[in-house]
Design a protein around this ligand. Structure first.
Ligand SMILES: Nc1ncnc2c1ncn2[C@@H]1O[C@H](COP(=O)(O)OP(=O)(O)O)[C@@H](O)[C@H]1O
Ligand SMILES: [Mg+2]
Ligand SMILES: [Zn+2]
Length: 244
């Protein structure tokens, strides 16, 4: 019953079949294996490009395109790192429950870096994430306004309904009645609909509690865990080490 000759690829000379219990079973030769590898690499490249496009679409700055948990130096920041990493590991449940984070600390301590790492992870999970500094968010809403209405409603709707909203540097803007109204609209909608927010802020007391209306403050403090970042400015530290 057994075949006398096993069929061999005439390019790489490897067998293209093997005999199991007298039956011929196809087997990938070197050429076939490298084709499969090339195909898998193409699929992975497409996946990575899609992720990158979504990161670009989120409006986060170029500096943070490659900000990941891996590229974060945990030294002195083990606690906040762990909290943000655990939140991310449990992202599905966190988002279902509308829970978010308030990353609080001085400039250059890696708050935006870790917010970007969560953003990247959420995007790989197929979620729609929107990012903006408070100033970006307000500007994008103002810029969308035209005398005939424009698409202001759609822009605001985007911030209200995305799976995860990241508001970077809250408290840096001037608070006018208009600003209050916009933020109340977005944050209240998200709170009522269990939609998560991640905020970065220098000081919760000064920039949140003392500045925003108590109705908003209580919503934000109710649904978000405060994660404190401490230490010196990474930007200055890096410059210092580069000059040594
Ligand atoms: N612990 C860290 N490990 C690696 N890079 C860091 C770390 N902290 C900050 N950075 C980098 O330094 C720069 C400033 O950090 P950033 O996250 O913008 O600080 P913050 O938002 O707290 O002001 C960014 O390029 C960021 O990637
Ligand atoms: Mg920042
Ligand atoms: Zn071959």
């Amino acid at each position: 019953m057994e075949k006398a000759n096993i069929e061999i690829c005439n390019i790489c000379k490897e067998p293209v079949e093997k005999i199991i219990n007298g039956f011929s079973v196809p087997q990938a030769c070197l050429c076939a294996r490298s084709e499969i590898e090339k195909y898998n690499k193409q699929i992975e490249d497409i996946r990575q490009k899609k992720i990158m496009n979504k990161i670009i679409e989120s409006n986060i700055g170029k500096r943070y395109y490659n900000s990941t948990f891996k590229s974060f130096n945990q030294k002195g920041l083990e606690e906040p790192f762990k909290k943000v990493a655990n939140y991310t590991k449990d992202l599905k449940r966190m988002l279902l429950e509308g829970r978010g984070l308030i990353l609080e600390g001085p400039p250059g301590t890696g708050k935006t870096h870790l917010a970007a790492a969560v953003l990247r992870f959420a995007i790989t999970q197929g979620l729609f994430v929107s990012y903006g500094t408070t100033i970006d968010i307000l500007r994008s809403i103002k810029d969308s306004y035209t005398p005939c209405g424009g698409n202001t409603k759609q822009v605001i709707e985007g911030y209200k309904t995305c799976d995860l909203l990241i508001i970077d540097d809250l408290g840096k803007e001037k608070i006018t009645e208009y600003v209050k109204e916009i933020f109340y609209d977005i944050i209240n909608y998200r709170y009522n609909n269990l939609l998560s927010i991640i905020i970065t802020i220098e000081n919760v007391e000064h920039d949140l509690i003392n500045r925003l209306e108590s109705a908003l403050v209580s919503r934000l403090l109710d649904s978000n865990e405060i994660v404190k970042f401490e230490g010196s400015d990474f930007r200055i530290k890096k410059r210092h080490y580069n000059n040594l």
